[in-house]
Design a protein around this ligand. Structure first.
Ligand code: 2BA
Length: 107
């Protein structure tokens, strides 16, 4: 048995966990915070059989693809005026750890 720990953006967490649960994976969602950006992200814990790991990774990849989005940004001038302009940012993606499970116990 394996434990898949996957860190995704909050925006993708619902679609990733829905895709997994639809295929009968059991998922636990944790609200987490990235150490670098100190922004909220979501960590999903999935315990599954060894032969189902690849499919889980495929589903996670499909629902959390890296993509660019245009978001509004503002700059301010000394004279107290602000200008708004669009900037392209990269969002999405997943960081995945696959660990061996020594014991799996439900009491
Ligand atoms: P990613 O590498 O895609 O990582 C996204 C989030 O996944 C990270 O959020 C962190 O919560 C988790 N993560 C990634 N690698 C990990 C690992 N080896 N162990 C544990 N957790 C891990 P943040 O820490 O807020 O990082 C957000 C993004 O900032 C990263 O995206 C990366 O592009 C960049 N970054 C992170 N640390 C950096 C550093 N020391 N220098 C430059 N850029 C960094």
């Amino acid at each position: 048995m394996k434990l898949i720990l996957t860190i995704v953006s909050n925006d993708d967490s619902s679609s990733v966990s829905s895709a997994l649960t639809k295929e009968d994976y059991q998922v636990t969602r944790l609200a987490t915070t990235g150490g670098f950006l100190r922004a909220g992200n979501t960590t999903l814990i999935v315990g599954t059989e060894d032969d189902r790991v690849d499919r889980a990774i495929e589903l996670i990849g499909q629902e959390s693809k890296k993509r660019t989005e245009i978001v509004p940004s503002t700059t301010s001038y000394d004279i107290g005026r602000h200008a708004s302009f669009p900037v392209e940012v990269e969002v999405g993606g997943a960081t995945i750890f696959v660990l061996d499970v020594e014991q799996f116990i439900k009491l």
